[in-house]
Design a protein around this ligand. Structure first.
Ligand code: FE2
Length: 250
């Protein structure tokens, strides 16, 4: 049976996205980081608009007190995943509590979103987990998803998040600046990557190899500055699952 034009086009987009995923995995394996963009990964044209409309608003995002940077607004979700060969099962994890993160001592409980309820967000999460090279994956684990809206400082200084992989995806941005950088962890004078992520662009890296961060946002005349980003952590098993030994498989 011959394929329709639409079928041929969609299989072309699928194979182009598969090639892009392969490139990202190879860069991660060899260099420890990769830059990507959402169109090459096959995200729909209205993807960022839909995410922005659903989540990047004052009903969802809230300021934490104290938080660093002080004017940051945020929300968070934690997804539990299981790989069964090429099948990926996702569910909402039971809690989103983080302890002693980002030099802010004690327990931190942020406002929660349930991203799996949204087809666009679920597709984003699925893609993020698919980018991890198959040989480095755990059979099961957690993915932390942070939604950040920043206005001035994006972060305070170069740091690690102490998780396995970090994925930064910029949804929207007003103003300039916010240049993302990676310094080599064992030699903090060695700059490995430096570029401004524009809306739709993504940076993924192995957290323990680098110190990461971003320069401050710079307002443009009359419009101020604002950056909406999703920052995902492919967590170590100890982050959440250490409390649930029944869920750890190694
Ligand atoms: Fe970070």
């Amino acid at each position: 049976m011959s394929q329709t034009h639409t079928e041929i086009e969609s299989s072309y987009h699928e194979s182009a996205a598969a090639a892009e995923i392969h490139r990202i995995r190879e860069n991660l394996r060899i260099e420890g980081y990769a830059k990507a963009d959402d169109s090459a990964l096959g995200f729909p044209a209205d993807f960022r608009d839909k995410l922005a409309w659903a989540y990047f608003n004052d009903e969802v995002l809230h300021s934490d007190v104290p938080d660093i940077p002080v004017d940051r607004k945020r929300a968070r979700d934690v997804i539990y995943y299981e790989w069964h060969d090429s099948r990926l099962d996702l569910s909402e994890y039971e809690n989103i509590l983080i302890k002693n993160r980002g030099n802010i001592p004690g327990e931190r409980k942020h406002s929660r979103v349930l991203l799996l309820e949204n087809d666009y967000a679920r597709n984003f999460i699925r893609t993020c987990l698919t980018l991890i090279p198959a040989g480095s994956r755990h059979d099961r684990g957690t993915l932390g998803v942070n939604l950040f809206r920043t206005f001035t400082q994006v972060v305070t200084r170069p740091h690690k998040d102490n998780e396995e992989y970090i994925i930064i995806y910029v949804v929207d941005k007003i103003g300039t600046g916010a240049e993302s950088y990676l310094y080599r962890a064992e030699n903090p004078d060695s700059l490995v990557f430096s570029a401004t992520l524009h809306p739709g662009e993504m940076l993924i890296f192995k957290d323990d190899l680098f110190l990461h961060g971003a320069t401050p946002l710079v307002p443009t005349d009359g419009q101020g500055a604002q950056r909406d980003a999703l920052v995902c952590t492919v967590d170590y098993q100890g982050t959440y699952l250490a409390l649930r030994p029944d869920m750890i498989t190694g």
